[in-house]
Ligand binder design. Structure first.
Ligand code: NAP
Length: 167
């Protein structure tokens, strides 16, 4: 299982239940990595998507105890969610946010795809600062680009001690 996230230079990820920046190159990168896979999210993140709809071409799974939906799988509790995730290959599962849900799921992730934006987006919600966590290690810088005027660095972190989802 892995997380995928775009952070600003303070590890901020969102404000007003939306993203901090419009970054077409990062959206393309996100799409390329997650297409055909299983994306798992908290309730607010589903609501933050265009039209509050699941993303096409991917199995969308949501943790929420306040809504039921026909267009994606909704699990009401974390134990139910973890049980559901055992039906998929761990390599195919991507945790896509948001702040609360990343915090809940990060211990189970063995990898994190982190797009770093060299700017301060004035965030209200944040990702964990992986550089300050003993068990997370920056292992790869995949590439750099400029998107909508913002410098981006695509990086990969690894969790040295991921927690198994089956127990
Ligand atoms: N930069 C990025 O890469 C990125 C990616 C994704 C999201 N975001 C941003 O993140 C923000 C949303 O984050 P958020 O923290 O407000 O919401 P969130 O993590 O998307 O969703 C939180 C909701 O998940 C449900 N939930 C139930 N049990 C939970 C548990 N044990 N742990 C965690 N969640 C649980 C609850 O929904 P119910 O109340 O429905 O039960 C809770 O209110 C937005 O600004 C969004 O744009 C940024």
């Amino acid at each position: 299982m892995q997380a995928i996230v775009a952070v600003d230079k303070l590890w901020g990820i969102g404000k007003k239940n939306g993203l901090l920046f419009h970054l077409p190159e990062d959206l393309q990168y996100f799409k390329r990595i997650t297409l055909g896979k299983v994306i798992v999210m908290g309730g607010n993140t589903l609501l933050s998507f265009p039209g509050s709809k699941p993303l096409p071409g991917r199995t969308n799974i949501v943790l929420s105890d306040v809504f039921t939906r026909e267009d994606c799988k909704v699990l009401m509790t974390l134990p139910e969610l973890l049980k559901e995730l055992q039906n998929y290959s761990s390599d195919d599962i991507f945790i896509v946010g948001g702040a609360m849900f990343y915090r809940t799921m990060l211990p189970y992730c063995k990898k994190a795809y982190v797009t770093k934006v060299d700017a301060d987006g004035g965030a209200e919600v944040f990702f964990e600062n992986l550089d300050k966590m003993d068990n997370w290690k920056l292992v790869e810088e995949v590439g750099r680009t400029i998107s909508n005027g913002y410098p981006l660095t695509f990086t990969i972190y690894e969790n040295l001690n991921p927690k198994p989802i089956d127990g």
